[in-house]
Design a protein around this ligand. Sequence first.
Ligand code: NAD
Ligand code: UFG
Length: 345
Amino acid sequence: MAGKILVTGGMGYIGSHTVVELQQNGYQAVILDNLSNSKPGMLDLITQITGIKPEFINLDMQERDGLEVFFREHHDLEGVIHFAAYKAVGESVENPLMYYRNNLGSLINMLACMTGSRAAKHLVFSSSCTVYGQPEVLPVSENAPVKPAMSPYGNTKQISEEIIEDTCQASKKFSAISLRYFNPIGAHESGLLGELPLGVPNNLVPFITQTAIGKRKQLTVFGNDYDTPDGTCIRDYIHVSDLARAHVVALERMLKKQNKESHEIFNLGTGRGYSVLEAVNAFEKTTGVKLNWKFSDRRPGDVEKVWADTGKANKVLGWKAERGLEEMMATAWKWEVNLNEGLMK
Ligand code: NAD
Ligand code: UFG
């Protein structure tokens, strides 16, 4: 069996898919999560898919003492994949300190533990294409300038990348890969894992599936006057299982000492942009379910169009997204139907 890997936030949306991917590649995944945005039932669902129950520790990473005890007890960790963070853009505008405290505090505590311990010298970090703002050149590559953040949440990702860079510079044995996700959507092919938005979803696809199942009356498409072919915003949607696989590839790059720099950055997208209306049409075509939707004004803070230059990830990492928009929609729908039938109760 390959080594033991810590997955912080491993009960969440992307983390749970990554735990599955790790286990299916022979790794022993250890999950650390405080369940602030997930449910204990995720553990059984992971176990149902892989047949392996991962070790789970319920801990708030802001608690430095608890984290130190965890690292002392897990001195044989080979690496860490760090997902634990808050992620709601609007909430971060209303309560910035909550975001800086959790997203930066957790990261700093963890880096202190990692650099202070004998083990776990390799980190994979969840960053975001939000660091590019509205790029001047599309598709956007990793060399594009990082723009002033449009929200405290986005700022935590920029600052986190800088903290990681400085830590790599200061500690010779330490290495990290920051992965800038474009728009992760979809669910595990089994329909047993997916996104669990608490309350009213902010993101497009959970709102689409909840409208289709009848939990929401109507989907609002924000803005039809953008400078795009159909007037709606364009995003690079990527299937969560493709994203999960990239984390294992990134980790192995460091474990095999193939990384060229101590802190490397990669875009994770498909390289193809779709408009909001194309996403709505893909959902309807794939599932056969008609959506009730209307246009409204633009949502403040939305970037008009962004999609990834995936050349570096394809060539250097040797990773490529495989699943298309219809598979993303089909799996998101399967998950929503399962949730509606009481999967997580
Ligand atoms: P998620 O909310 O589903 O998962 C995050 C998990 O971290 C949750 O299970 C939550 O309980 C846990 N957590 C939060 N704070 C914690 C703390 N202090 N201690 C322990 N556990 C804690 O989110 P996700 O969509 O899976 O996102 C994972 C990561 O990817 C986040 O860092 C997020 O910012 C980043 N990201 C997400 C997206 C996206 O669209 N989903 C896009 C770009 C980047
Ligand atoms: N949209 C709607 N109606 C909705 C929800 C969204 O029309 O009910 C539109 C948005 O206006 C946008 C597109 O659908 O044009 C995608 O919106 P999402 O909220 O799904 O995604 P964003 O691109 O706004 O943001 C997401 C994450 C951020 C992350 C960013 C880049 O929510 O955390 O991707 O990774 F920073």
